[in-house]
Design a protein around this ligand. Structure first.
Ligand code: TA6
Length: 290
C-alpha cells in the first residue's frame, strides 16, 4: 500500500505491508526517514533535532550522497558536501505491490539547479522495496547527456542501535580500510581490519574496500544483516562519538549512542559513466529476530 503523507510539514510517502512493516520516504532527497518492522520497532535512526525544512540535509534515515562523497572532488567542479541528491526535490514515479512485497520508485533528473553546479545531464531513480523484516534500496542512474562524467555514491544508512557501547559490527575482518579519524589528510594510509568484530568507543569514520560478504550488526534484541551489490565496492562506517556529536547542531548530545552508519558506497574507484549508459547499486537490510 502507498499513501501520501507529511512529516513535519514536508511531503512524504509511506509504503506498508499488510502485517505492519512500513517505510516513510521524504520527497526532499528521496530520503528514507523511517523503517519499522511488523513488531513496531524502528530500525533506522532519525535525529530528534534533524532539520526537516525541505532545504537542509536531513540527519538520519538514509541520505543519498551523489554525485560526490563527502568533500572528495571528482574533476574540477566543487560541489556541496555529499553532493546534491540529498537536497533536491525528487518525484514519485511508481509503486508496485505483489504478494508479500511492496515498492516505490522516486526519480530525479538534471534540472537548472543541478546544471548550475554540475554541468551534466542525468536521470536517477531510487527504488525502495519492502519485504517482511527486509528492505532493499536501489539507486539507478543513466547518463542522458553527450559527455562522460565521473561519480561517487553512498547510501548513507543510519541504523538505530539501543546502545553503541553494546553494538558490534561483524564481517569486515581482513579488509583494507582508511581511517578518516587517524589519517584525515592522508587517504593513501591504509590499515587492515582484525578478524574480530568492530566495537565503538569513540569517533569512527572509516572507508573499507572490497566488501563482499554480508555484514552483521549485533545488538541486544536481534541482528541486522547488511549486503550490497558488487557495484558498491566500499563500506563506510561512521559514528561521531560524544565529542563530535556535541558539535552537530542537528543531533541531541546523546544521539551518537543510538546510531551507527553502515553505508554501501562507491568511493575509491569512482564510476565513469559514458553517454547513454546506466549504472545500478543497492543495499539490502535484513532484520533477524534474536
Ligand atoms: O560518511 C561519513 C561522513 O562522510 C563523515 O565524515 C561525516 O561527516 C558524515 O559523513 C556526515 O556528514 P554530514 O554532511 O551529513 O554531516
Amino acid at each position: 500500500m502507498l499513501a501520501s503523507t507529511q512529516f513535519q510539514g514536508q511531503p512524504c510517502i509511506d509504503i506498508a505491508l499488510p502485517h505492519g512493516d512500513k517505510v516513510r520516504i521524504a520527497l526532499h532527497g528521496a530520503h528514507l526517514l523511517s523503517w519499522t518492522t511488523a513488531d513496531g520497532a524502528e530500525r533506522l535512526y532519525l535525529s530528534s533535532q534533524a532539520h526537516i525544512d525541505g532545504v537542509s540535509p536531513i540527519r538520519g534515515g538514509v541520505p543519498i550522497c551523489f554525485p560526490q562523497f563527502n568533500q572528495r572532488m571528482l574533476g574540477d567542479t566543487p560541489l556541496p558536501k555529499h553532493g546534491f541528491a540529498r537536497t533536491q526535490a525528487w518525484e514519485v514515479v511508481t509503486s508496485q505491490e505483489s504478494e508479500g512485497r511492496v515498492s516505490a520508485q522516486l526519480a530525479l533528473r538534471s534540472n537548472p539547479a543541478t546544471l548550475a553546479i554540475w554541468p551534466y545531464e542525468f536521470a536517477a531513480a531510487l527504488t525502495v522495496e519492502l519485504l517482511p523484516e527486509s528492505l532493499q534500496i536501489t539507486f539507478d542512474v543513466q547518463n542522458t547527456g553527450d559527455k562522460a562524467w565521473p561519480f561517487a555514491l553512498a547510501l548513507h544508512t543510519y541504523l538505530q542501535v539501543d546502545d553503541i557501547a553494546q553494538t558490534e559490527l561483524n564481517g569486515l575482518g581482513g579488509l583494507t580500510y582508511w581511517d578518516g579519524v587517524q589519517h584525515l589528510s592522508q587517504p593513501e594510509v591504509k590499515s587492515t581490519q582484525p578478524a574480530y568484530g568492530l566495537r565503538f568507543t569513540g569517533e569512527t569514520d572509516s572507508v573499507y574496500e572490497g566488501v563482499q560478504a554480508a555484514l552483521k550488526v549485533n545488538h541486544p534484541g536481534g541482528r541486522l544483516e547488511i549486503s550490497q551489490s558488487p557495484s558498491l565496492k566500499d563500506v563506510v562506517v561512521w559514528n561521531p562519538g560524544a565529542e563530535k556529536c556535541a558539535t552537530l547542531d542537528d543531533m541531541p548530545t546523546d544521539g551518537f549512542r543510538h546510531m551507527l552508519c553502515v553505508e554501501a558506497a562507491r568511493i575509491n574507484e569512482p564510476v565513469l559513466l559514458l553517454p547513454g549508459k546506466s549504472w545500478s547499486g543497492w543495499q539490502r537490510l535484513q532484520f533477524r529476530s534474536a
